[in-house]
Design a binder for this molecule. Sequence first.
Ligand code: ADP
Length: 238
Amino acid sequence: MNAILEIRGLRKQFGGVTALSGVDLSIDEGEILGVVGPNGSGKTTLFNVVTGVYKPTAGAVTWHGRDITGLVAHEVSGAGIAHTFQQAMAFPGLPVFENVQIACEHARKSARPYPWTTPDALLDFVGLSELAHERAGILPFGSLRLLGIALALATRPSLILLDEPAAGLNDRETQTLVGLVKQFPQHGISVCVIDHDMKLMQMLCRRLVVLDFGSKIADGLIHDVLNDPKVLEVYLGG
Ligand code: ADP
């Protein structure tokens, strides 16, 4: 497999708290990788270090062979790594269309053909065309999540990090989201998703990584990982 993102020995201390204690992780081209772990196991910190919200205490992040350790958020985004947040990052007072338009204006130059280069194409893809002229602030929760996906895609990433994308969504909304995310790899976009929801992981991922107390305790095909006694004991409490 061809790794596009390589994380080596990643460590993050917050004062006396070790949020990540030397994590190795790679994300392959065209895959949807899941990262799970109990609360406080370091999932969000992992995303925050990769996306430039925090600088790591030690370790390295390599993107397509280039060292991107410690770059700030807009540099990471400019390199082609997008991030969706649990809280949608839209301008609530602006219409949905303008939100996506602004994101499109900040799209990085990409040599690769990209299927969604206009706000209309993006809104059509995520199914929000009919709400294009509503203010983002009045959107129902599920639609706001889809807007978050459109905003991330607008930057033309080749990797999207999804932070608990299905939290707060009902079953129908979750199915819609899964249907969209599963199409990303065929458009050259790899995915890394963090969530607690094993059902979601089973719908989305082939490979699953498990974190516990800032360390990786399992990494493999999802079926094998879910049957790993270490994972059953530590993560599922059984
Ligand atoms: P998860 O996303 O798996 O729930 P986090 O990455 O949020 O885990 O947290 C890992 C550990 O790091 C926890 O002990 C948490 O309290 C700590 N932590 C995370 N962010 C900060 C921060 N900004 N300041 C201090 N401690 C933090």
